[in-house]
Design a binder for this molecule. Structure first.
Ligand code: RIB
Ligand code: CA
Length: 310
């Protein structure tokens, strides 16, 4: 059995974040070291409490979960309750979390753990990037201490999902995202180019519905609200496994194929603020290249996700 990958998670625990956490802790491949929450799908405090609720379902206590930034660096906060529900878990009124969030703050936790374990931690960010941006501003050496950052966010070629060109996690804090993509640390961007290909099929949904595992029953419960929202704009009952795919790629990069390119975040465009602008012109040498996931074996990932959850 391979050694478990030590992962530091930053999330805005809504529905697909919850599925990603369940995937991570049931994969057998991940040592979840700690979690930080951030504004986005929910407030940072609700995100931390939802994360503890999800870890309760997995029977895991004692993993430090701290609250992070409750607003972006340079724009008003905008909580996306319409996609994940007022409680962030599909308005399913889950039992209260078994514990309060741990003392401390997410950006400081990233810095502390990176300094305690230099060169060891994969930083997996599946919400807006405010905590990572703050950590980079507070600790100029941080980028040298983290060997791999995996971001669910952006879209190199695919359209956006909040606006025509902006994906939600980047749209929530474009300035923080720009800091993350230009910090010079090894970043893999798992954007809508690949996550919108991991749509749950009817058979996938039936498999989750039919499973008697607590993890699957919880997933099925919180998925209903998300499936309803997707049905409204996709015209059929499905949903994208955005955050679970980023978790899957952090643990097993072979699910996708990649291309390295310079990547900047548009900060001023009237119609394009929050767009991830990748330089895909042939023969361009990137100063601080970002690894873009552009193709995915969606079938293989969905299979692995269902095997892990059900
Ligand atoms: O665009 C999808 C991303 O935005 C996911 O992380 C989802 O949880 C929302 O935060
Ligand atoms: Ca998320």
């Amino acid at each position: 059995m391979p050694d478990k990958l030590p992962v530091l998670l930053d999330c805005d625990t809504g529905i697909d974040d919850a599925l990603a956490i369940l995937y991570l802790v049931n994969s057998g491949l991940c040592d979840l070291v700690a979690v930080g929450s951030v504004h986005g799908n929910v407030t940072a405090l609700t995100g931390a409490r939802n994360t503890i609720r999800v870890l309760d379902v997995a029977g895991l206590s004692g993993i430090p979960v701290v609250v992070g930034a409750d607003r972006p660096l340079a724009q008003p906060v905008d909580i996306s309750a319409h996609i994940h529900g007022a409680d962030g878990l599909g308005n399913t009124n889950q039992p209260a979390p078994s514990a309060d969030p741990a003392q401390g703050e997410a950006a400081q936790q990233i810095i502390r753990l990176a300094r305690e374990r230099p060169g060891e931690l994969t930083l997996l960010a599946i919400g807006p990037l405010t905590n990572l941006g703050l950590a980079l501003l507070l600790d100029p050496d941080l980028a040298k201490l983290i060997p791999h950052v995996v971001v669910m966010g952006g879209a190199a070629i695919a359209p956006g999902n909040v606006t025509t060109h902006a994906e939600a996690n980047i749209w929530h804090d474009p300035e923080a995202a720009n800091l993350v993509f230009t910090a010079g640390w090894p970043v893999t961007m798992v954007g809508l180019d690949v996550t919108m290909k991991t749509l749950l099929s009817e058979a996938d949904q039936k498999r989750i519905e039919d499973s008697q595992r607590d993890t699957a029953r919880f997933s099925w419960d919180i998925l209903q609200f998300y499936l309803d929202r997707y049905q409204e704009f996709m015209g059929f009952r499905t949903c994208a496994l955005h955050d679970p795919l980023a978790a899957g790629i952090a643990l097993e990069r072979s699910f996708a194929t990649y291309r390295k390119a310079e990547l900047r975040v548009e900060l001023r465009g009237e119609h394009t603020r929050g767009m991830t602008v990748a330089d895909l012109r042939p023969g361009r040498q990137a100063e601080s290249p970002v690894e873009l996931a552009l193709q995915v074996d969606a079938e293989a990932f969905r299979e692995k996700f269902l095997d892990t959850i059900c």
